[in-house]
Design a protein around this ligand. Structure first.
Ligand SMILES: O=C(O)c1ccc[n+]([C@@H]2O[C@H](COP(=O)([O-])O)[C@@H](O)[C@H]2O)c1
Ligand SMILES: Cc1cc2nc[nH]c2cc1C
Length: 366
């Protein structure tokens, strides 16, 4: 069902194929923001004493255009699964077949994302965007191809695949918002995906290869050296197109990264808040902000990943993460770890008594 209060841009596909242009992003509501700031001042606590939780509640109110904000009724995680040819270069601690095996695990509820979603009151959807093998447990409506190209030596995607992947992410955001989702989380699953994600981040933040190389799933020193070489080679291919976000996705990204970018940008178009996860979602967020400037105002960074390049993302987007737990899992797990904080921030504005209601003196006599 379409939410009539949310603008719905349906023109993602026309006769020329999928369109990757996004309408202008409207910022969250300023009046609701001011009302939430004023309400915080009336609640029975010393001014500012709930710290970041206060900012978070104000942000939620402004995204909803309502103060007090409504509790989230349908927080939704979409895990974008996709493989990467570069995994064959020995840049991961695990083999590519784990991607499809983990998709099956997500669907039977045994993964960290399932536990964290249940813990936080969210539900999980899994999408095969570019898994190398078959995912017989899924109807793969949005599958772009079997694995994205090895970015150290070839383009990840064709131009048409890039546009189709961005459009798929957009369509998935629309499906979820039309289905009632009022908070979106993107998760990722893909052996090798920290390599293209780090390349995109290095290209968009003008950073040297060694500064973005992380341990991913836990590579040893020899793996780290192979990964550094792969990132250096991919970055050499990526730098000339760094100013063109779609070309960058095509040359050095992948179908999953493109779809997540479309998903994050479209959430902002639809005025729906997003809780950002770690490195891979962060790389896609940098692209999404290029595609739809101002989209970042609809996002909160849930955590700081252990991956060094994630800090570059947070700095570039001027986002201050809620948690710093040394997590490096992906799947949307870091975002789900922070979701209970959003629930609390909302309930504070909704359920706390004001000084007047509780008969508490609001300022000390001087
Ligand atoms: O989100 C993160 O910050 C993150 C950091 C390190 C690894 N991961 C996950 O681990 C996988 C990629 O790691 P790798 O070593 O195979 O490139 C992929 O499935 C990601 O979801 C995720
Ligand atoms: C088991 C496993 C689970 C994951 N979840 C996200 N990335 C992952 C990588 C591996 C290897």
């Amino acid at each position: 069902m379409t939410n009539p209060t949310k603008g719905h841009d349906v023109s993602t596909v026309d006769a020329d194929g999928p369109q990757a242009t996004f309408p202008a992003i409207t910022p969250p509501d300023e009046q609701a923001r001011r009302q939430a700031v004023a309400r915080h001042a009336q609640l029975t606590k010393p001014a500012g004493s709930l710290g970041r939780l206060e900012e978070l509640g104000v942000w939620i109110a402004s995204c909803q255009g309502a103060c007090p904000p409504r509790p989230f009724t349908r927080p939704r995680v979409v895990v974008f699964a996709g493989d990467h040819g570069v995994a064959a270069e020995g840049v991961s601690a695990y083999p590519s077949e784990v991607t499809g095996q983990m998709v099956a695990n997500f669907l039977t509820g045994g993964a960290a994302v399932n536990v964290a979603a249940t813990n936080a009151g969210a539900t999980v959807r899994v999408v095969d965007i570019a898994v190398a093998g078959d995912t017989p447990e899924l109807i793969a409506t949005h599958k772009i191809r079997r694995g994205s190209g090895a970015v150290n030596r070839e383009d990840a995607l064709t131009e048409a695949e890039t546009a189709a992947a961005v459009a798929a992410g957009r369509a998935i955001a629309d499906e979820e918002i039309d289905g009632g989702a009022d908070l979106l989380i993107a998760g990722d699953m893909g052996i090798g995906n920290t390599t293209p994600a780090s390349v995109l981040i290095a290209a968009l933040t003008d950073t040297e290869p060694v500064a973005v190389v992380g341990r991913g799933t836990g590579i040893d020193d020899a793996g780290w050296m192979r990964k550094t070489v792969a990132i250096r080679d991919a970055l050499r291919r990526a730098r000339p197109v760094a100013g063109d976000p779609l070309a960058l996705l095509r040359v050095a990204g992948g179908a999953d990264l493109a779809a997540i970018s479309g998903f994050l940008a479209q959430a902002a178009v639809r005025r729906t808040p997003v809780l950002l996860d770690g490195l891979i979602v962060g790389a896609a967020a940098l692209i999404a902000e290029e595609l739809a400037p101002g989209a970042r105002r609809w996002w909160v960074a849930a955590h700081r990943s252990a991956e060094p390049a994630h800090t570059l993302v947070l700095d570039q987007l001027d986002l201050n993460p809620l948690l710093d737990l040394g997590m490096r899992l992906g799947e949307g797990s870091g975002a789900l770890a922070a979701l209970p904080l959003l629930t609390l921030a909302t309930r504070v504005l909704t359920e706390m008594a004001t000084f007047e209601e509780a008969g508490v003196t609001s300022t000390e006599p001087v």
